[in-house]
Design a protein around this ligand. Structure first.
Ligand SMILES: Nc1ncnc2c1ncn2[C@@H]1O[C@H](COP(=O)(O)OP(=O)(O)OP(=O)(O)O)[C@@H](O)[C@H]1O
Ligand SMILES: [Mg+2]
Length: 364
């Protein structure tokens, strides 16, 4: 170790920043790998012995002021500890993929005998609100590893000149002990490539990632996520061990999601169940959850008006429907969802006779 490096380590240690010491040492390991491999591996071993769980360099409930002060390197990394045991609802193919990842870790030794390694990097793609972040967190919990989240949009909006070293620091830190590193919005790197002035720096970022993904330590897990797979550099894409596609829920999972989100209130809403499933088809899990939570709150705040207000919540444009649309909607409620004609008529401001006539016409 050179004297200036020793000074830096001493400074960080005396300032009471154990995690910064760890980070700095991780940088030294990288540097020493070529010059003094033995020293590098000893240092690396030392780094592994004491995983930094509570971390001064990580952003944790900081005030805005503190955040600004910490806008250097790792302040962009968040350690998330989810206490909720909630398991994401996933379609069966995706569930099988994730189960295999967990099983591979349990059979790591047998895999190794055959020259195989457990999956250590993957990329999640899919629309917003379908469980990419939630699944990363769930996997970390299943593997009993800490989860670190790095939002690459945030990294990009930090001082661009420093982005490369920021990213490298984060990757070094995550590699220094077993953990799950979640790189959210990885397309942020590819997306900005169109901006000419950034090209050099962005190329460097992609190159840094390219190098790291392939050599990600087997004990850890690197997960990248994107809503825009088409923007991600193909060279980057194929470096990941696994490509996982998240989709909007199919009807059976829409129903399961509604049941789960209603929780203890399920009985109070059971008469609306089929209607809810029908109206929430094509929505993301997070949109469904938002609608269900609004309904549950409406029921508490104003139970007398619930009938009306719940409809406005489920069908926000109900007031903008034309008379013809209101009539067909009322008919649908009666014939498909067994709503009493009187209720359907009141909700949609049409007469019971009109509904009856329409149903008669469609049956004859
Ligand atoms: N598959 C799922 N099962 C159960 N709940 C879900 C699922 N997906 C999303 N949710 C609910 O929606 C919330 C947001 O989901 P999450 O943050 O995982 O979405 P995402 O796919 O990461 O979206 P984005 O692309 O916007 O980051 C979750 O906290 C959870 O409440
Ligand atoms: Mg997310």
């Amino acid at each position: 170790m050179q004297s200036n490096e020793m000074l830096e380590v001493a400074r960080l240690a005396l300032e009471g920043k154990p995690s910064d010491v760890r980070l700095y040492l991780a940088k030294l390991v990288r540097k020493a790998r070529k010059e003094d491999p033995e020293y590098a591996s000893k240092l690396e071993e030392l780094l592994k012995t004491d995983p930094a769980r509570s971390n001064g360099i990580l952003r944790k409930n900081l005030s805005a002021e503190e955040r600004n002060l910490q806008r250097d390197e790792l302040s962009l990394l968040r350690e998330t500890q989810s206490t909720a045991e909630q398991e994401p609802l996933l379609d069966s193919a995706l569930e099988a993929q994730l189960q295999q990842i967990l099983m591979e870790r349990q059979h790591a030794k047998e895999l190794e005998h055959k020259g195989l390694k457990p999956t250590s990097s993957m990329i999640f793609q899919g629309p917003p609100g379908v469980g990419k972040t939630m699944t990363a967190s769930w996997l970390a919990r299943q593997l009993a590893l800490p989860l670190y989240v790095l939002d690459l949009t945030a990294v990009m909006s930090s001082l661009l000149g420093k982005t490369g070293s920021n990213l490298r620091s984060v990757l070094d830190f995550a590699k220094s002990h077993p953990c799950v590193l979640f790189l959210d919005e990885i397309d942020a790197i590819a997306k900005k490539r169109s901006d000419e002035s950034d090209v050099g720096e962005l190329k460097r970022l992609v190159n840094i990632l390219l190098q790291e993904i392939e050599n990600w330590p087997n004990q850890g897990l690197l997960i990248a996520a994107t809503n825009h797979p088409e923007l991600v550099d193909p060279a980057l894409w194929r470096r990941f061990d696994l490509d996982v596609t998240f989709c909007l829920p199919r009807e059976d999972n829409v129903r399961k999601a509604i049941v789960e989100f209603l929780g203890a209130d399920l009985n109070e809403f059971s008469h609306l169940m089929d209607f809810l499933v029908d109206t929430q088809k094509g929505e993301s899990y997070s949109n469904i959850k938002r609608t269900i939570n609004r309904l549950r709150k409406l029921k508490i705040i104003n139970p007398e008006e619930f009938e009306n207000s719940s409809f406005k919540c489920i069908i926000p444009n109900i007031d903008g429907l034309s008379r013809q649309e209101r009539i067909s909607f009322a008919v649908k409620l009666v014939s498909d969802f067994s709503f009493p004609k009187q209720r359907a008529a009141k909700l949609l401001r049409v007469s019971r006779d009109t509904i009856r006539k329409k149903i008669g016409e469609s049956q004859s």
